[in-house]
Design a protein around this ligand. Structure first.
Ligand code: NAD
Length: 323
């Protein structure tokens, strides 16, 4: 019975977290989000998400994963007041590949120390299952595509390194506490409404509407596996409801890569406007190609993306025009 399910989502007020909360509420779960409403981007966006989530029954707790004791106490209280063990979806993070390059301490603190604190709280509270949002950036430059779960992991960005470190701490905890049960999800580039303002598609749409210049690192022939955010959070959901899973790792994407030049062309055509693009030197922390091999997720959890890249673009444009 899904009515008996309870989720605690760290970072639940953000882009992925708000979509995951909505999905779980639709599935009749009880949902608590734990978020510090960080100012990496305008916190009023996250508060707006939180208020909308509260209206559909989500409980909001403002708190910081860097305060491990507070998180552990919340977990204890939740477990004491509930007949079922919660599932912890750990999404809180310092994202943003470029931002993390110049704010590496913040990336380390939130993505590594913060993940350690969440794990410690889990161990202190009888091992509720954890689903961790890692990232495709943990792989670094692709040696082959599509990228399966076994692809070598050599992250080239501070962000990618910090997400891989999060994975490694989870594996260390598992070795020490065999009763602890986790799933790691590596999302590929999520697109859809409420996308973070620092992310590419959000920026492309905004700049094309305003007639501003889009700056692209490299020649624009880099590719990304744009994946509808609803498919991404469905991957988290499918992993959470499969009781047979034991400590597995899934790449969650669409399984097709599109170049930045093509992406910009599609957005400009949809908006019926011209895109002004300036190509600047490729930086050392952006990967060239990214594309998920989703066969393992298909076989193991029945994951199958339902939405096209174009669906997400259209929804985002409609949303942007309403502002
Ligand atoms: N968006 C993507 O395409 C994508 C791709 C791969 C992985 N991810 C991962 O998915 C997760 C969610 O990403 P997102 O794009 O939704 O980012 P987001 O910034 O919109 O969401 C992250 C949330 O975490 C919260 N947070 C940050 N620091 C915190 C702290 N110390 N304590 C409590 N809450 C804190 C923020 O306030 C925010 O609401 C992250 O772990 C990210 O690394 C995202």
């Amino acid at each position: 019975m899904e009515e008996d399910k309870l989720a605690i989502i760290t970072g639940g007020a953000g882009f992925l977290g708000s979509h995951l909360s909505e999905l779980l509420i639709k599935k009749k779960w009880k949902v608590i989000i734990f978020d510090n409403f960080s100012d990496f981007y305008d916190p009023s966006i996250k508060w707006r998400n939180a208020v909308e989530l509260e209206n559909i029954g989500v409980k909001i707790v403002k708190g910081d994963i860097l305060n491990g004791n507070f998180f552990s106490k919340l977990l204890k209280k939740t477990i004491n007041n509930s007949s079922v063990s919660p599932i912890i979806f750990h999404l809180a993070a310092q994202p943003g590949v470029s931002f993390c390059e110049t704010h590496s301490k913040e990336a380390q603190r939130v993505n590594v120390r913060g993940t350690f604190n969440v794990l410690k709280a889990i161990i202190e509270n009888n091992y509720p299952k954890m689903i961790f949002a890692s990232s495709s950036c943990a792989f670094g430059e692709s040696e082959y595509i599509p990228i399966d779960e076994k692809h070598p992991k050599n992250p080239i960005s501070v962000y990618g390194k910090s997400k891989l470190a999060g994975e490694e701490i989870i594996l260390d905890f598992k070795e020490k506490y065999p009763d602890f049960n986790f799933t790691i999800i590596r999302p590929f580039s999520a697109v859809g409404i409420r996308q973070r303002p620092d992310m590419a598609i959000h920026n492309f749409i905004k700049k094309i509407i305003l007639g501003e210049k889009i700056r692209i690192y490299g020649d624009g022939e880099s590719t990304r596996d744009w994946t509808h955010v609803k498919d991404i959070v469905n991957g988290f959901y499918l992993a959470s409801k499969n009781d047979k899973l034991k400590d597995e790792i899934f790449n969650i994407g669409f399984g097709k890569n599109l170049s930045l030049n093509y992406t910009i062309k599609v957005i400009a055509n949809t908006l019926q406007k011209e895109a002004i693009v300036e190509y600047i030197n490729k930086n050392r922390f952006e990967i060239k190609h990214s594309c998920a091999d989703i066969n393992f997720a298909k076989e193991r959890i029945g994951y199958k993306p339902k939405y096209q890249f174009f669906d997400a673009i259209t929804e985002m444009i409609t949303c942007q025009k309403k502002k």
